[in-house]
Design a protein around this ligand. Structure first.
Ligand SMILES: [Zn+2]
Length: 258
């Protein structure tokens, strides 16, 4: 049994065959798939999809740093309305992205802080996107109260040197198909440093497809390939890795195993 802790099933890439995508995931042994929102509309859609597949899809709601510029009071109220659904188990995806800078950095920081406060209010973990913004990100983590557990740094790309920093703050660390790429030494080294009780496996579908699907549409069933690569790096069996990462996800989301 494996889980995909991050898949954008609301993406239009899945608009024509979501049934088969979810079916293939289940046939591949996936128990749960977390579907994080990237803005208000997307978060609503993730909740809808979760109602359509209540045994498999777990929705999260949040405004991605790329979309931070769309934040206003109305958006905050709408997000809180979605979060108050008992089905929503995490706030995400939220965070900072200074690689693309699609929203001004001061706006990204403010919107990240406000969503952390909502997460604390609703006792939900964070699903964090972090790209080339480590020092501001850590500053915000230090200044804000955080939920417990704090959540996950998804699609980890900060390199092995930051792993201890996030572990010491209680975060889980999520790895995608990037660990199957030939030139991904720093990400593989980071994975090597993450203990089994803090590791999550994700696809970030429709992006980040593992080898041999690299460059194609990624889907949750591909999490199996990433989990196999992670098990190899850790020197354990696939089953052991799948059991640990599934237990970690349920623990993070405060869900009972069924
Ligand atoms: Zn994502």
């Amino acid at each position: 049994m494996l889980c995909d802790s991050h898949a954008h099933l609301d993406d239009e890439a899945f608009s024509y065959d979501l049934d088969s995508v979810v079916g293939r995931a289940q046939e591949s042994g996936l128990k749960y798939i977390v579907c994080p929102g990237t803005d208000i509309k997307s978060s609503k859609r993730c909740l809808e999809i979760a109602l359509q597949y209540p045994d498999v899809i777990i929705p999260a709601a949040g405004v991605h740093p790329h979309e931070a510029k769309s934040w206003n009071e109305k958006a905050e109220a709408a997000l809180e309305d979605i979060i108050s659904s008992c089905r929503v188990k995490a706030i995400g995806e939220i965070g900072l992205d200074y690689h693309y800078d699609f929203s001004p950095r001061n706006v990204q920081m403010e919107v990240f802080r406000r969503q952390i406060r909502l997460a604390v209010k609703y006792r939900l973990p964070l699903i964090c996107h972090l790209r080339e913004a480590e020092s501001d990100f850590i500053k915000i983590l230090s200044e804000e109260a955080l939920p417990s557990p704090p959540g996950v740094i998804h699609c980890y790309s900060s390199g092995p040197d930051y792993v201890d920093e996030f572990l010491s703050r209680g975060f889980y660390i999520g790895f995608t198909g990037v660990i199957t790429f030939k030139k991904a030494d720093r990400v593989k080294q980071a994975l090597g440093k993450v203990p089994l009780d803090r590791l999550l496996i994700e696809t970030d579908s429709p992006y980040m497809a593992p080898v041999p699907y690299r460059g194609k549409r990624c889907e949750p069933a591909h999490a199996v390939l990433t989990a196999r690569a992670a098990a190899d790096i850790k020197g354990i069996s696939y089953d052991e890795l799948a059991a640990h990462t599934t237990a970690n996800l349920l623990e993070m989301l405060k869900m009972e195993q069924q």
